[in-house]
Design a protein around this ligand. Sequence first.
Ligand code: G6P
Length: 603
Amino acid sequence: MCGIVGYVGADTALPVLTTGLENLEYRGYDSAGVALADGDVEVYKTAGEVDALEATLPETAEAHRGVGHTRWSTHGPPTDTNAHPHTDCTGEVAVVHNGIIDNYDALRRDLVAEGHDFESDTDTEVVPHLIESYLEDGLAPQAAIEETVARLEGSFALVVTIAGVPELFAIRRDSPLVLGHGVEATYLASDVTAFLEHTREVTYLPDDHLAVLDGAETTVYHDGQPVALDRETLEWEADAAEKGGYEHYMRKEIHEQPQALRQTISGRIDVDAGTVELGLDLSEEYLRSLEEIQIVAAGTSNYAGRYAAKLLEELADVRTTVSIASEYAFTGGRDPWRTLVIAVTQSGETADTLSAVRDAKRAGARTIAVTNTLGSTVTREVEESLFIRAGPEIGVAATKTFASQVTTLALLAVAIGREREALSTDRAVDVLEAIRSVPGAVQQVLDREPQVIEVATRHADADAFFFIGRALGEPVALEGALKLKEISYDHAEGFAAGELKHGPLALVTDQTPVLAILTPGSRPEETLRNVKEVGAREAPVIGATTRPDDARYLQERLDVPDVDVLSPMVTNVYWQLFAYHVADAKGRPIDKPRNLAKSVTVE
Ligand code: G6P
């Protein structure tokens, strides 16, 4: 998830690009660059923040056309070379990209065989080289770009500038791009924040549409034919715009989950074959000899780890324990070499988790990290890193990173299960089909937000909230309660549903809503018994279920799409929305709850 800004118009491009990049930087990027086109194409790029880029730029530049990019790394670490724009062999075609090109490996091999030289580790670099080869074949620039895009698989927003060609070209698939219409100028960006100070007249570019920008003249093509698109006038305040129109980053990030999950999965699964490719260097022999997996993590990542442990046991048939990172110690009695320690950490900087990893390494265990942050400390400590690709998360309460962690770990469970021959092809195909449909399932839950707003507002003044679930629903109950207490400051607790009757039931009254998970993977029949127990004590029960008949035991039924073992994870999106709207009804500072920090770098 990178930031893109582009400009063609009567003014010089450079100031528009630099302020655009500054406006996008709130998303927390790791490298940046611009291409200025005025006859030739000149590229400036560097690792680090936009400030670092600005130090390398000329004070003024004549070019009236250009693109800028801030990068959130997915392929290759944040270095000068991996920063965008990327160019072809001649340096005449410059491209910026947001998204992931799934088939870049094969394209790159073909291009190298044809004699193209590559400089970076990125998937993006295939694009300028493909355009170059079509231009060499004699195609016009627009046709060369269309032919190139026809060969790409994956998700992308691409902006292309070519030396000697006055227009700027932009095309997207599954990654946002918006055009801004100014006086004698057209702007474009991945997020309107980039140009809102110049214009509020915008056109959202649909998938597989190519925009050709020539000053104030912009033509959009679909399947080679020009099409007319509606313009909209935005009425956002600057601050809201920064959050993509949402009042808080947390709500924006909740709604980004379908896109984040598509990125998590992209290029990693072959559903028909029932296989997963994660690029980890763990041999079949090693995985077969594994005696135990130990997951170490803190906070929300710990709950993602608890979810994953159940999947690893079920799908990969390997004993898996989960430790709160600050409680971890590699105890004796196990063969360290046959123990794989997985650190789950969004930031890659949590001190407790780093300390657990060091302890495991000292004992001789193998270590891998599941993280969102390329170049973070944990990636330097472990042998192998697996990236969840959720994009930057700003709100202190983790939301989209939980979904991407669980999904990444589910992929890992399938991969290890296949290697250990613990998972049949048929079952692997089922699970991967479910994983593939998770982004759509999450979107269906998000579409029901009005129902959640109504329920959350109705219960906002409750005495306490209890979340219950079994099996894969148990860590989701714990995470649901954590989210609510973090941002609303209400008393909330999560329980294994069966444990309720052994104590917590004493707390249940008609003033304590109980939120229950009744989905595949969470033993719904048994949980329903506990729902009846609390219902008999007149507690209002809010049930997330795939089964319409459960409605008679529930005060409120929230419908969950059936996505096999990922159904409880999808249910968590309801709990995120519920927590958000209870906190919002109380006017809490949702993105920065009192006493908490996004990344805790002390033990
Ligand atoms: C802090 C954050 C939590 C997060 C935890 C672990 O406590 O407030 O939201 O879950 O750290 O963070 P990590 O970056 O290791 O996933």
